[in-house]
Design a protein around this ligand. Sequence first.
Ligand SMILES: C[S@@+](CC[C@H](N)C(=O)[O-])C[C@H]1O[C@@H](n2cnc3c(N)ncnc32)[C@H](O)[C@@H]1O
Length: 302
Amino acid sequence: MVGTTSRNTEVEGVEGGVGLTALLVAAARAIETHRHDALARDVFAEHFVRAAPACAEWPVHPGTVEGGDANPLWGRFARYFGLRTRVLDDFLLRSAHTGGVRQVVLLGAGLDARAFRLDWPPGCVVHEIDREGVLAFKHKVLDGLSATPKATRVPVAVDLRADWVTALAAAGFDPAAPSVWLAEGLLFYLPPAAETYLIDTVHRLSAQGSALAFEVKLEKDLLVYRDSPLYTSTAQQIGIDLLSLFAREPRPDSAGDLVAKGWSTSVHTPFEFTHRHGRGPLPEENDALAGNRWVFADKPRR
Ligand SMILES: C[S@@+](CC[C@H](N)C(=O)[O-])C[C@H]1O[C@@H](n2cnc3c(N)ncnc32)[C@H](O)[C@@H]1O
């Protein structure tokens, strides 16, 4: 195992522990999909939510959100996930269509349906890494919908705190070909040593011309926002205590580590994209999103 501390080993599937956060994001995407000004559309998202008894009461439509946009969880936080989905959709599609990359790796893929909903160029392979229980649930729902992927989809059931490289290689990943990697809503659940290993491994397996996007939280002490509306309403409305799932040890400087390895990086607040798209969350007092950053990294062609 990479790293010794872990808060989320108990539950393997989507019904609890960190797996349940995949359903939280799916519900947010379902709500975003039904907005008249949707930033991203994911027609699969509400099917995941409706298939899980743990979320029987969760909304999947903005019209049924109590308090509407003022609801800190299903209003503002859901919109955050909608914006994040859009920005990272654009990143992946740019890498594939403009950068010519044909190999995609979704780390902590959860219920990400990008293999099914994005228009990939011919020849694309999408590797989806998550734990076995999460992927088993995903497959059950997608099979029930007779969903057809728009790329070659390769699920890789493995724990990212373990030796996931062997599993990815066995699944056919080719380190000689450029790749695009995504760690969306993942790193803060991993022990710091597992994050360092992940970044080192992405570097090692990335041919020149590869790209990586990931999300980090910059706060030294995550508890500083424990009373924020976002964390308290997530706990009160759906019983997910995000702070208890996050790994709270000091984080590595992954963006800095990539620069030291020769990558070029750019670091953005989500709010920059809110302004760019004309909609999305804005900063507020006592804001659990204040330290969130989206990092985009490129391994230069020489
Ligand atoms: C907040 S969800 C995000 C899912 C997806 N990236 C998205 O944005 O829709 C976090 C995901 O990370 C996965 N995850 C957390 N720790 C993991 C680990 N140690 N190994 C593999 N997956 C893990 C969870 O199972 C969950 O699917």
